[in-house]
Design a protein around this ligand. Sequence first.
Ligand code: UDP
Length: 650
Amino acid sequence: SNLESLLDFFSDIKPSENAERILRDRYLLKDGEGKYLEHSWDDIARRVSRYIASAEILYNDDIEKIRDVEEKFYKLLKSRVFLPNSPTLFNSGKTLSRDVFQKNREDMSLEDYKKIFNSRNRHNMLSACFVVPLEDSMEGIFDAVKDAALIQKYGGGVGYDFSVLRPKESSIAGTGGKSSGPISFMHVFNTTASTIEQGGARRGAQMAVMRYDHPDVIDFINSKKNNDGKSVLNYFNISVNFDNPEEFLKKLENDEEIELTHPNSNIKRTIKAKELFDLIANNAWKSGDPGMLFLGRHNKYYALSDVTPVSATNPCGEEPLPPYGSCNLGSIDIAKVIDFVELGNPEGENNDLFKELIYWTARFLDDVIDINVYPLEKIDRVSKEQRFIGLGIMGLADAMYKKDLPYNSEEGRMFMAETLAQFAYYSHLASSELAKERGNFPLFEKSKYKNGFIPFSMLNDDYSENIRQWNNLIKEHFFGEGKKYKRNVQVNTVAPTGSISNLADTSSGIEPNFMLAYIRYMTDKEGNRVPLPYMNKILRDKLDGDLNSELEAEIIEKGSLQNIEGIPEEIKKVFVTSMDISGMDHLLAQNVIQSYLDASCSKTINLPKEATVDDIKEIYKKAMELNLKGITIYRDGSLETQVLTKAKKE
Ligand code: UDP
């Protein structure tokens, strides 16, 4: 079996009705009058593959080769085995005349590709993740508001470090007045995001980060306290940054105080570590915010931390970036791949196929960097000097259903760990391969890679025999070829895939399924609400003859199998949902997965409604003890809507 046969196999499977609906609502291009210019997923696959492949002219003047690359990209997309983040789907080639995409591939000339590449303009912004720096000055702050507005207009998410701003009531030299403080400026960014949303393609999501020792940290932690999901700072997720969580844990244990200071201010406060921690946990219990972020750990695994340390993450937390960094994401649906490849086994039969798939998806994302039009000159520079890509996976939960592996079990976690180790290894091989063909990322010589550097923590060798073998291969790579060749400073990220997993008809990112069955209401042409029942297709196959309309109705009503009589125990154990799994099991999954990601992953630790503040503290402490890069919890029912869940529900 080879890559072609995998891609051909899934190209023949049509998008579900649900995927078609999302395509019609949000992805198919329309003209100014709302008339559709595109009619099917195939049209999008053609447009995006041709547009992105035209970046190949920078490296390649063999027309046959460029056409082949276009065909490869087309098949990756058409099969829905790989999907780039939404901005790439929205904005690739969007202002070009349709004729360009109707031409047969065999008739495409080098000139045609050049024309496409040179046609790009500011409407062709393709990335989902940005970090915009703030400056502690009025001018600096409002420059950032403008930068963020431009990014959000085209569907990108932005993260900011608000620690930079001096605390409220600090003196301002220029005016003799007092600063209104970081939280007041967060409201400015929030209002801007809500204004942009009115005209934009999607919700503007933002991340606000603040250091734990900033004098306004208490106001920050309380800033979303009264949020009901719709009113207060609802375009923000907030996270408190602890550069050194081990040190904070010690302070907690010894009941020590923390000094809150800021370099541009005389204001000094103190707070007990315990009080700060209580406040964070209480608010998270109430509304999910704030999360905790450990940027020190992010920097530890970032190859340019000595040059441009990362200062925040994007809104969903998966992508740490330095000021003016950007990243374009893309995700491989491993629930499809697993039909062809035995994932996680170093001696697995079709490993070459997976390796090749990863090479082509990495090449796609590397091309996106070149054809992308960045909203700011400074972002263009940082993005091209470092060449971040965020290659990730989706469909983990569905893949595990297929293999009868419970998400909340030791064997399940072993599968996650081994699969991610394999994924990371192949992805970094691909980035080195691309470097041989196209050159290293320009700042390579200043990076830690040069001296032999592994950009993720890895699990211990004794975790499993497969892990030991992957670890050896990984070490060999980073202390061998990886010291010479690297095309991208960061390679792997697991995105939420809130929308694209729906397009791919698969489970989102690395999350368990939220529900196994539900009814979605659609509006038909006459304006009637029509129920569209949905059931996880792997479950449907598994239940097969046992499934009748009564049972289906019960699964829809309960969303989970756990309290349904008559379903075999083996099925119940495997087909778990987010809410069937304990918070600790969510966290342990995040831990093994994150051990093989150089960037990070989007993960929500879902907790039942009855979870207590102490439960949350225990989870946050565990996240600090283990080597997690950050943590986000969500207690069932604590908000009607949330930035993340809302984004996920599109
Ligand atoms: N994002 C955003 N607004 C949204 C959804 C996502 O700005 O409504 C950004 C955000 O930075 C997030 C990233 O896009 O972390 C990836 O989100 P996701 O994978 O859900 O996007 P998709 O490509 O599936 O639309």
